[in-house]
Design a protein around this ligand. Sequence first.
Ligand code: GDP
Ligand code: MG
Length: 438
Amino acid sequence: SLSEKLQNVFKNLRGKGRLSEADVATALKEVKMALLEADVNFKVVKNFIKTVQERAVGQDVMSSLTPGQMVIKIVNEEMVNLMGSETTEISFKPGNEITVIMMCGLQGAGKTTTTAKLAGKFKAKGKRPLLAACDIYRPAAIEQLRINGDKQGVPVFSMGDKHKPVNIAKAALEHARSNNMNVVILDTAGRLHIDEDMMNELIEIKENIQVHQTILVVDSMTGQDAVNVAEHFQNKIGIDGVILTKLDGDTRGGAALSIRAVTGRPILYAGMGEKLSDLEQFYPDRMASRILGMGDILTLIDKAQADFDEEKAKQLEKKLKKAEFDFNDYLDQLQQIKKMGGINDILKMMPGMGSQLKDVEVDDDAFGGVEAIIYSMTKAERANPDILNPSRKKRIALGAGVDISEVNKVVKQFDQMKKMMKQMSGMMGSKGMKKGKF
Ligand code: GDP
Ligand code: MG
């Protein structure tokens, strides 16, 4: 499986410190192979590898992790990003307004089963769903929907197989209106392959009634085909989301990883079995863990991150209490701020600061100059700012290629920051510090 292969790849990364270009390149070559074998779309793989490469090279390895684990951490995060990072919910019209959902997909993908599964979920949310049997081609299809609807305690609307699907859909909507239902799910017909008739039938429905959500159902076990189908449906009729079925039998994860990148549409739910309760909300982070198959390592990484942040916060707090805050800490803080998206964004988020700073634009580039000056200080100077006399300042200015007045400015800023942080640490206690906001 993909996870086993990846585990082997990362075993070979040894040593500590920064991830070297060579280390990362070797590991990622293997990751690339593993992803392609897992049936991930070629273009998706190419972009993915590039992104991970850019992030990983030169990255510091956290002290409690091995380089292999550090690369896994990045691969994992980028997999989550690829799948959309957050869970997407199906949106409904408010109150008694009717939400029309059209299910579409190839024959056997799982539309009818998933229609009934969704109905159960919606019912549990307090919705009043109606299922409409719009598959008139397979004799057993109507009966199948009825049986599943009964199991869920959800009404099924059908008109036999002598009417056009668009007319069945219209009549179902009328029926829902007069019976005070607020969700209509259309179970449409699929074909074995993409086919014009099927597409036209779906387009005709969309042209004649207002469909709020077009949901594509694809079989994850078909791998790249599932992705091609999704791309085709997106281009031809437009979809709002995807439900990936039979994930219980899919060991590769290729479709899950590729669909969002290829169609731009999120995966909403995952089918995890034949039973009507086997439908799960799709969580990109859980899916990534599953594909990587490294639950233990990922937990370890999470913990390492938390320990790392907490350790830093604790150290800083201690220093502030003892008024030991020095230029090394200042540098750390500047880097933290950069990581969080720049000083302007942070100031805007701070309560009460927004209005006061309305017209002030703090220059993020100025940080670069500050960093250069701190880098020109010796270890002793950074750890003990009190020893900064005029001759030292002159040497630092020369080293950083700036005027001595710039150095004085930075030292002054530093003193103010130190004072401010001391006040803040008194105000917030350790809780505020742990959140990493200064
Ligand atoms: P349709 O032709 O798209 O309507 O597909 P069906 O709903 O009739 O499903 C086709 C087959 O796939 C049926 O045997 C279902 O029980 C099965 N199926 C659907 N979803 C899942 C799933 O998530 N996991 C598994 N294992 N089987 C599923
Ligand atoms: Mg069906």
